[in-house]
Design a protein around this ligand. Sequence first.
Ligand SMILES: Nc1nc2c(ncn2[C@@H]2O[C@H](COP(=O)(O)OP(=O)(O)OP(=O)(O)O)[C@@H](O)[C@H]2O)c(=O)[nH]1
Ligand SMILES: [Mg+2]
Length: 512
Amino acid sequence: MRFVFVGEPCDFPFEKLLGRRRRAKYRLRGFRAVRTNLKGSGLTGSDLATLVNERLDLVASVSVGQNGSAGRFEYANLVPPNGESQVKWEISKFSDLGRLNVNLEQEINDIEQSLRRAFLKNGGKENREGVILVGFSTKFRYLAEKSLDELNSLALSAEKVVLDKMVQIRKNIDPRYLVGRGKLREIVLHAKHLGADTIIFDTELTPAQANAIGGESGLDIMDRSQLIIQIFAKHAKTNEGKIQARLAEYQYNLPRLKGKGTTFSQLGGGIGTRGPGEKKLEQERRNIRKQIEQLEKQIDGLCRRREHTRKNRKTSKIPTLSFIGYTNVGKSTLFNRLTKSSIVTQDKLFSTLNPTTRRVMLPGGKHVLMTDTVGFISKLPKELINAFRATLEEIGEADLLLHVADASDPEVREKIDSVMKIVESMEFEYIPSILVFNKLDQADAETEAALREAFPKVPLVSAKNGKGFSKLLSYIEKVVAEEIGDDAKAGDFNPEGRLEDTVPSPLLHSPF
Ligand SMILES: Nc1nc2c(ncn2[C@@H]2O[C@H](COP(=O)(O)OP(=O)(O)OP(=O)(O)O)[C@@H](O)[C@H]2O)c(=O)[nH]1
Ligand SMILES: [Mg+2]
């Protein structure tokens, strides 16, 4: 296919002609752009940016010779990304078009092969979303970098391939492009050079920023909140989890359906992509509002069912103990070991969403009910707090909270504070809580000593090898007796230690 443009110098309108999508991540576009150049100034910065942005086979400039024939010729092609090197293209120059002695077919083929090799070497995968992470702060680089590490874990938990990370420190937030237009262009060029599909920002983008950045970049755009919501949607396995995750997605996306540049059909994908016209958008907005209403009703129903189950449990007078803590600290592993259960545990954030309750006998013969549930993270999106109310209310009904922290995490104190803040924001701070440090096997001696000194009463355990468990159980027993009184009765011990499963159901009422 050939296109010829005639007129004033202008940027190549590739996006309009070819659409946004490339053929494959490392593949070239199958188009070459040749610009005639009356002034003889050669390739411009804008030509070179187009080469990268559109992943053209090559971009060339031919000058007009003295007698009107073709004169000086130069072309640029992409070079594969190479570690820290910022070089994205190489330029070949010929004093006269007639001297062009290169087999361009062969050269383009070779370039494509080398781009493929570099893409795979950099961890890129054909069938997985490749992302660039962008950290941002108006204060300190180290804060942005620390937060970016967590974004990296979130991206991996969402099965994305992280191709690179970038950090921008700026005195003021750019209201339109967050990081400023110049920096954004640099990020986009880098993302496209690496063959990324999506740019994920570590800060919450306003709907207007998401639209503007999506429009400017032509890539899918996400922010931290959307990524967390996407993980919840991916990890939701039960009906309850799915309904709540869907509500969070809808609530997050509704205000972002403004104007052109977004499409709701991209739910769970990028928010900054091209979308339908105004009329269709209005129709979509109405549909979403209706769906939100229905989901809210369903969740209210779930809350009532859970409350009913809890009431039955309360009549048994067995104290309930809810596990809380930052995500991935080992709550479910600890729960499994204490209750002989088999909840899925993995080195991913937000593996557990739905609450599971089991009965456990303490060393003195008394029973408690233990509930494992969703973990927390700093800046937990408000849409999730609202949508997951059926799950979170379960925490609020506990007699005691078991706050699990990761002894081996250098950020453990900050994470304890984050969890406490969320507990306060949910107004559950009145519930007595026990702090426990897990992953003792992974903490070095120095860290262990520092924690023992700073938190002398706090039990240190390893859910992996069982160390510290008998002390922990005795400690729980002591606090239960002090805080809740002596209501914990021996009851009939159920050898499996199971009361109810993850799905609250009228058929699974507590037998107590
Ligand atoms: N070394 C070590 N690893 C542990 C320990 N406890 C848990 N883990 C690992 O930590 C990772 C997270 O464990 P989970 O039990 O899923 O953590 P969680 O707090 O329930 O996480 P979410 O449900 O995702 O919030 C898994 O890879 C576990 O194997 C421990 O005591 N020592
Ligand atoms: Mg868990």
